[in-house]
Design a protein around this ligand. Structure first.
Ligand code: 2HG
Ligand code: ZN
Length: 460
C-alpha cells in the first residue's frame, strides 16, 4: 500500500480487505455505462457496519470521496469511480440476517443479490415482488439507493414500497436505524424515504428490512402483435379492465430484430410494428377463459393481429426472453440510453412527436423503443452506427436528449423514470426539478454529508 492514506486505512481497520490491483480498479470502478475510464484510488470490501463506519470516518478525515458499489448494473453512471475515489464494495455483506413470519419481513445485508432475496422469500412461502432482468447481478443496496422499478411495478410499485426499515451510515459516519420495520410511524420526516433513491449521495445502506407479500396465483404470459400505438393503448386499457395484471411491457420491431439476432426464437412468421408481453393471474379455467376472451376481443377490434400464450413455465420464459433479452442484445452496438416517463395516456402523442423529430434530424440512427409501457416508462436506446466516431455519436445523442427534454416538458414527463440521474442525466436534472427543489436537495446533502465525500458529482 504505497499511498499513505491507504496505509492509514489499513492501520485503522486491519481486517478490512483493500485492493489496488489494476484489474480490481478497472472492474469495480465502473457500472454498465462505458463512457468513463475507471480510476479509483482503491477498492475496499467491508464486512460489517462498523467497518463501513470506519471507512467513512477515515474518508472524512483524509478528504477522500467514497463511491458505494453494489452489483454495478446501473445505466446512469451512478457507481462510476473515475476521480481517485475509494470504491466501497458491499460484496462481502451479502447475508440474510433474519426473517419474521408475523411481520412478514426479511432483514438482509445490502450486498445480497436481488435473486437471492427472491429465493429467500420463496423458501419462506412468500414473495419479494420487485423484479427486473438484472436480478442475478444487481444488489438490494443498489436497488434501494436507486429506488429500482422494473417489470412488476404495475402491480407492486417500486422498491420504495417494500422497505420497512433501513440502517444507513451517513456521510458523517453516523449510523441511523430508520423506521425499524414499523407499519405505522407518524413521527415526522421519514428519513428512510430520503435515502431511497438518493443514489449514494447521502450515505450508505448497510442493512434493510424488506416487506414480503403472498405469492400471486399461477400466471400466464401472452405475447401480442400490435399494428399501431393507439391500438396498443386500447389493448392496455382492456387488459387492465379484464385481467389481473402482473406486467404489461412493450417493444418495437427493431427491438425484436436485435433479440432475434442474439439467439432468441422468432415468435411469429410476420413482423409487426409493436409487441406486448403481458403476464396476468391465471389461477383456474375461468381466468384462462377470460384471457382468451380478452385476446379474441382485441383481435376482433383489429387492435391485435397475432398472439401466443404460454401453457408451461418454459414457454413463459421464452416469451419473457424476447423482452428481457433486449438490453443484452443491444450492448454490442454501444447504445446511448434514455429512460423516460410520461403519463400513460400521453405515450402515443409523445412517441409520435419524438419519432418525427428523430427521423427529420437523425434518419441514420437505429432507435430502439421498449419498456414498461403500463407505467408510461419508455426506454429509448440509440445505437451507434459502426462508421460514426464515438465522440460525434455522443454529441449527437446529447442533442437527442435535449429534444427529448423539450418534448417531455410539453407532456409533463421525466428524463429519468427508473435508472436514476447519476452522471449521465445530470445536465438535465433542471428539466424535471425546479431551482428551489434542487437548492433544497443540495441543502439536504450538505447536512447529511458536510464534506461532500458521498458519491460526489452524481445526481447533483
Ligand atoms: C429494462 O427495462 C431495463 O430492461 C434496461 O431497465 C433498459 O437497457 C435499457 O435501456
Ligand atoms: Zn426498465
Amino acid at each position: 500500500m504505497t499511498d499513505p492514506r491507504l496505509s492509514e486505512l489499513a492501520h485503522l481497520l486491519p481486517e478490512l480487505k483493500i485492493s489496488t490491483d489494476p484489474g480490481d480498479l478497472e472492474h469495480h470502478g465502473r457500472d454498465w455505462t462505458r463512457r468513463w475510464t475507471p480510476e479509483p484510488l482503491a477498492i475496499a470490501w467491508p464486512s460489517s457496519i462498523e467497518e463501513v463506519q470506519g471507512v467513512v470516518r477515515w474518508a472524512n478525515a483524509q478528504g477522500v470521496a467514497v463511491v458505494p458499489s453494489g452489483g454495478r448494473t446501473g445505466l446512469s453512471g451512478g457507481a462510476v469511480a473515475a476521480n481517485g475515489e475509494l470504491v466501497l464494495s458491499l460484496d462481502r455483506m451479502n447475508r440474510v440476517l433474519g426473517f419474521d413470519p408475523i411481520d412478514r419481513t426479511l432483514t438482509v445485508q445490502p450486498g445480497i443479490a436481488l435473486e437471492a432475496v427472491h429465493n429467500a422469500a420463496r423458501e419462506r412461502g412468500l414473495l419479494y415482488p420487485v423484479d427486473f432482468a438484472a436480478r442475478g447481478s444487481c444488489q438490494i443496496g443498489g436497488n434501494i439507493a436507486t429506488n429500482a422499478g422494473g417489470i412488476r411495478v404495475i402491480r407492486y410499485g417500486n422498491t420504495r414500497q417494500w422497505i420497512a426499515g433501513l440502517k444507513v451510515v451517513t456521510g458523517t459516519g453516523d449510523v441511523l436505524d430508520l423506521n425499524r420495520g414499523l407499519v405505522k410511524n407518524a413521527s415526522g420526516y421519514d428519513l428512510r424515504h430520503l435515502v431511497i433513491g438518493s443514489e449514494g449521495t447521502l450515505g450508505i445502506v448497510v442493512e434493510a428490512t424488506l416487506s414480503l407479500t403472498s405469492p400471486p396465483p399461477p400466471s400466464q404470459v401472452m405475447l401480442l402483435a400490435v399494428p399501431a400505438m393507439d391500438a396498443l393503448m386500447k389493448v392496455f386499457a382492456e387488459a387492465r379492465h379484464r385481467l389481473r395484471l402482473e406486467a404489461f411491457e412493450f417493444f418495437t420491431d427493431r427491438a425484436l430484430h436485435h433479440v432475434l439476432a442474439h439467439g432468441a426464437q422468432r415468435p411469429f412468421d410476420e413482423t409487426h410494428p409493436f409487441y406486448v408481453v403481458t403476464e396476468f393471474d391465471a389461477a383456474d379455467e375461468r381466468a384462462e377463459a377470460d384471457a382468451l376472451a380478452f385476446f379474441e376481443f382485441c383481435l376482433g377490434e383489429g387492435w391485435v393481429v397475432d398472439g401466443a400464450i404460454s401453457s408451461s413455465e418454459g414457454q413463459a420464459a421464452a416469451l419473457w426472453r424476447l423482452r428481457e433479452g433486449i438490453t443484452e442484445s443491444l450492448a454490442p452496438h454501444k447504445p446511448y440510453k434514455n429512460d423516460v416517463s410520461v403519463r400513460i395516456s400521453a405515450v402515443p402523442a409523445f412517441m409520435a412527436e419524438m419519432q418525427d423529430l428523430l427521423s427529420a434530424e437523425y434518419p441514420h440512427f437505429d432507435v430502439v423503443w421498449f419498456g414498461h409501457i403500463g407505467d408510461g416508462n419508455l426506454h429509448i436506446n440509440v445505437l451507434k452506427p459502426a462508421d460514426l466516431d464515438n465522440a460525434v455519436f455522443v454529441g449527437q445523442c446529447e442533442h437527442v436528449t435535449s429534444m427529448l427534454v423539450e418534448t417531455l416538458a410539453r407532456h409533463g414527463g421525466s428524463i429519468s423514470a427508473e435508472h436514476g440521474i447519476g452522471l449521465v442525466k445530470k445536465p438535465w436534472l433542471g428539466s424535471v426539478r425546479s431551482e428551489v427543489e434542487i437548492a433544497l436537495m443540495r441543502g439536504i446533502k450538505a447536512v447529511w454529508d458536510p464534506n461532500g465525500i458521498m458519491n460526489p458529482g452524481k445526481l447533483l
